[in-house]
Design a protein around this ligand. Structure first.
Ligand code: GDP
Length: 457
């Protein structure tokens, strides 16, 4: 473990966006990025690899009268670009969640839905502070926002009908949060965002309320980072792999969020791999050019070093066996062996208990594999093998070795069936389940087993 006690600088907080499908996570991220760009800080907004960095100046420009930048000593906010809870619960940093804080997006008309509940469970379990974006406020009949006004004023200016409809929906959400054990209120009534969940009515479509959300996020992060996260921003870099990708001219690269310390060109790094930790040397640190430019040009910018928190693409030899969700550690002030042991220890925490018989589990990241394993343990479904990655011919062969009919199954979470495995699957007595929602995946499998058992009776 790195010693962070002598740290005094606050790094950029990492923000994840969670919520039920279609409730507007992607739209919200797009709007935040879009309005940050149009805020005019030419080139200031860099869409790093896998995460978008919005500096404090830009946020304060967007938030207008809502925010006084001198109140903050945070550099800005770093949004993880992939929304959804697999980008949250499954991306870890030293055993905890990679994201420091979260936005839970809830469609005001739709209220809590299964993935909202799932997200809430994860936020509760990890103790992650969050705010609720009560999205699609613009769909309220009679909604008539005041251009550029804070959302509270907009709310007050609504017709009585719109106001009461919106109020009703918002209080429904507040009630649902309370059922889930959280005390929540409309954000302008909240004094302490760590004690009470702030609910921000907004529209990802029109952008109304988005400045309010950013303001609340800044307030929440400021407190949280000060209290919980003294970070040694100058120490050896520590990060988490978001994705392993082949990049022309560079071979296998890893898109990484660096959550602590600094990583430099030429650094020796240890990266969690499929079998053993990979020890390699950084050939290049890459990130796309600033947003305004990457629309026309795909080229990467080479950077000499990058400090937390930021997204970066690392090019280095031997990264093809790297695992999404695995740790990345810079070797500095310590021996390679020490760092390798640390990476191993971190990976061991996520090791999944397997049995001689059971299902084959494939998932997109280590963390999601762990979440799958937990869900299956609760459902008392044994696991024969669990791995990160797409479904390959080998997985089908392994699944076939299961010695009970109902167990000849592969459960794929957020992964694809590889082209070269398609015919194997057709010819094998193996059932494939794929889903992007863990509990649905488990339910589908259980239903299948039940039906099979019924058919056999
Ligand atoms: P995700 O699945 O949570 O990422 O949801 P999306 O961002 O893809 O949004 C789902 C749908 O809702 C899309 O058709 C969006 O255009 C729409 N949508 C998202 N936010 C809003 C909003 O604030 N107002 C309205 N009217 N539609 C929205």
């Amino acid at each position: 473990m790195t010693d962070h006690t002598h740290a005094d600088t606050l790094r950029t907080p990492i923000v994840a966006v969670l919520g039920h499908v279609d409730h507007g996570k992607t739209s919200l991220l797009d709007t935040i990025r879009g309005s940050a760009v149009s805020e005019g800080e030419a080139g200031a907004i860099t869409q790093h690899i896998g995460a978008t960095d919005i500096p404090l100046d830009t946020i304060s420009g967007m938030a207008g009268e809502l925010i006084d930048p001198t109140d903050f000593d945070l550099p800005g906010l770093l949004f993880i670009d992939t929304p959804g809870h697999h980008s949250f619960s499954t991306l870890r940093a030293r055993g905890g969640a990679l994201a420091d804080i979260a936005v839970l997006v809830v469609d005001v008309n739709d209220g809590f839905q299964p993935q909202t509940e799932e997200a809430i469970d994860i936020l509760r379990r990890t103790g992650t502070p969050f705010v609720v974006a009560a999205n699609k406020a613009d769909t309220t009949p009679g909604w008539n926002p005041q251009d550029g006004e804070p959302i509270q004023k907009s709310m007050e200016a609504q017709s009585e009908r719109a106001k009461s409809m919106l109020d009703e929906n918002l209080y429904e959400i507040i009630g649902q949060l309370s059922d889930a054990g959280f005390s929540a209120d409309l954000y302008w009534r909240v004094q302490d965002f760590q004690k009470n969940i702030g609910v921000v009515p907004l529209s990802a479509l029109t952008g109304e309320g988005v400045p309010d959300l950013l303001t609340v996020l800044m307030g929440l992060s400021q407190r949280f980072m000060k209290e919980e996260m003294a970070i040694d921003v100058t120490g050896p870099g520590e990060g988490t792999v978001l994705e392993v990708k082949d990049e022309r001219g560079f071979g296998a690269t890893v898109d990484t969020v660096v959550y602590d310390g600094v990583i430099r060109n030429g650094d020796t790094v240890v990266v969690g791999g499929q079998d053993e930790p990979i020890v390699t040397e950084v050939r290049a640190l890459l990130r796309p050019r600033p947003l305004a430019e990457i629309r026309t040009e795909k080229e990467f910018e080479k950077v000499g070093e990058i400090g937390a928190a930021a997204g970066v693409k690392i090019a280095a030899p031997d990264l093809d066996r790297a695992m999404a969700g695995a740790p990345v550690r810079v070797v500095r002030d310590r021996t390679v062996e020490e760092v390798v042991e640390e990476v191993k220890a971190e990976l061991a925490e996520i090791e999944v208990e397997t049995a001689d018989n059971g299902v084959v589990v494939k998932a997109d990241t280590l963390g999601s594999l762990e979440a799958m394993a937990n869900a299956l343990r609760e459902a008392e479904v044994p696991i024969l093998r669990a791995e990160v990655g797409d479904i390959a011919p080998r997985d089908i062969a392994v699944a076939e070795t299961a010695n009970q009919d109902e167990h000849k199954a592969i459960l794929g979470f957020n992964v694809d069936l590889l082209k070269n495995a398609e015919s194997d699957l057709e010819n094998a007595d193996v059932k494939l389940f794929k889903n992007e929602v863990i509990y649905q995946l488990v339910e589908d499998y259980e239903r299948y087993v039940e039906e099979k058992q019924r058919a056999q009776q």
